[in-house]
Design a protein around this ligand. Structure first.
Ligand code: NAP
Length: 429
């Protein structure tokens, strides 16, 4: 029998994820004891309201509203932060690290805005800072990037990292409903918040993109570096055309290495149906990693929800506990500020859906505007709508700058009624 080391955990926050973690730690206590020689016990839990009903039962005296008393408690070995948001989470994590306690957090917002400060504080204190749960919930992504792929020249990571928007787009694609109905359904199922802004406008995915880029490329990328667009303007027409042309529409977080710089963005994207990410439906997440040596690999699973997120948190907690027992730690890294490629300099193929007056010469006029900005047409389809016609273009590779200039000039043409949809297209490359 190996000796059993007792690890006392201070949990900050006992909501969806925190209560699922309490449950999981209890459920796995014997197994973890037998397998790892660790006796993990959550001995203190900080919450906002003691009176609130919880999904798990906690012994009297475990709950407190004074989170700081947990981070400085000499009887606590590891702190798990599951409060969310920036303050007081940041100050509490720094306090625990300053006390020499390893910290595990699932807080993407905190890491995407103050990651470098926290990684440095953990390194100074010589303790672990785990954050597997912060990106793509239950999917092991951060550890593969930090460990298995640490020597890999990663070139690009593309992720479906927001389950709410993936659910909405899947419903629009499969049931033919419009955006508003799909959002209402996501809200009724608890997949979307009453105020869905953070998800549907791409803020949540942008924070995750910043964390992924930092860890994949070893440079400090913050949420504000990430260009982002949401899905609120996607119409059923765009989804239908994408389908007819052999694509699906997904909200992708895309981080790429471009020489010494990195490109980081979140936007709805038309993906070829044959791409592995195209089959990721419902509220599932997946991350597609490309590297010079490893080629392509994909990680798939539940990106949110109490139990999946608690699973990722528990993995980090056990890692931190093992390192604590061994008297060791692994620094995340010390990262220089990233050089970010401006969105205008990025290139892709584009889908354009334009309504025009149906008369001779209009097509040549529109094609002329594209040509004037060096935007060449890959394929085109025209549909008659009585007095008007709808033209769908898929362009060849063009810069965002050229595309924006093209749209500006198209809007000046009398023959152009409305530009219905513009989407970036990921080719088969
Ligand atoms: N939910 C998910 O699916 C998911 C997925 C991935 C990552 N995450 C991340 O995990 C973290 C937790 O998410 P969650 O969904 O569990 O949040 P949640 O359900 O809103 O729970 C937050 C908890 O923090 C407590 N709290 C708030 N302010 C506090 C304070 N000042 N001092 C002490 N406790 C305080 C709340 O107390 P009361 O209970 O008393 O109000 C509550 O127990 C977030 O960073 C989130 O981004 C969540």
């Amino acid at each position: 029998m190996q000796p059993v080391h007792s690890i006392r955990v201070g949990l900050l926050g006992c909501g969806h994820v925190g209560s699922a973690l309490v449950d999981l730690v209890r459920h796995q206590r014997r197994t973890v004891g037998a397998r790892l020689g660790l006796d993990i016990e959550i001995t203190r839990v900080a919450v906002r309201s003691i009176a609130k009903e919880r999904a798990v039962e906690l012994e009297a005296g475990v709950l407190t509203t004074d989170a700081r008393s947990v981070t400085v408690d000499p009887d606590i070995d590891v702190v798990v932060e599951l409060i969310g948001g920036i303050e007081p989470a940041r100050e509490l994590v720094l306090s625990a690290l300053a006390e020499g306690k390893p910290v595990v957090t699932g807080n993407k917002e905190l890491l995407a805005n103050h990651g470098a400060e926290l990684y440095a504080a953990a390194a100074d204190a010589g303790v672990d800072l785990g954050f597997e749960a912060a990106v793509a919930g239950g999917i092991p992504l951060i550890r593969p990037l930090r460990e298995s792929l640490v020597g890999e020249p990663v070139t690009r990571v593309m992720g479906i990292v927001n389950g709410t928007t993936n659910y909405i787009l899947s419903q629009m694609t499969e049931s033919g409903v419009d955006y508003a109905s799909a959002l209402a359904e996501a809200q009724s199922l608890g997949y979307a918040e009453r105020d869905p802004t953070a998800d549907v406008e791409g803020f949540d995915a942008a924070a995750k993109a910043a964390v992924i880029a930092t860890i994949a490329f070893g440079v400090d990328v913050v949420a504000g570096d990430v260009y982002h667009e949401g899905i609120a303007d996607i119409t059923s027409t765009d989804i239908d055309f994408a389908h007819r042309l052999g694509y699906v529409v997904k909200l992708l977080a895309i981080v790429e290495r471009r020489g010494e710089a990195v490109a980081v963005r979140v936007h709805p994207t038309m993906l070829p149906m044959a791409h592995p990410l195209a089959s990721v439906r419902d509220s599932f997440n997946a991350v597609f990693i490309e590297g010079d040596a490893v080629g392509e690999l994909m990680l798939y699973g539940r990106g949110a929800g109490g139990p999946p997120t608690a699973s990722a948190t528990f993995g980090d907690l056990l890692d931190a506990a093992r390192n604590l027992v061994d008297g060791t730690s692994r620094a995340v890294g010390s990262f220089e500020r990233a050089q970010i490629v401006p969105i205008d300099d990025l290139e892709s193929d584009f889908y354009l859906n334009v309504d025009v007056t149906d008369r001779p010469g209009v097509l040549a006029e529109v094609a002329g505007v594209l040509g004037a900005h060096g935007v060449s047409i890959g394929s085109m389809e025209q549909i008659g709508l009585g007095e008007r016609a709808r033209i769908i273009f898929i362009t060849h590779r063009a810069s965002e700058r050229a595309l924006q200039a093209t749209l500006r000039d198209l809007r000046q043409l009398d023959s152009v009624g409305q530009i219905n949809g513009v989407l970036r297209v990921i080719g088969d490359d």
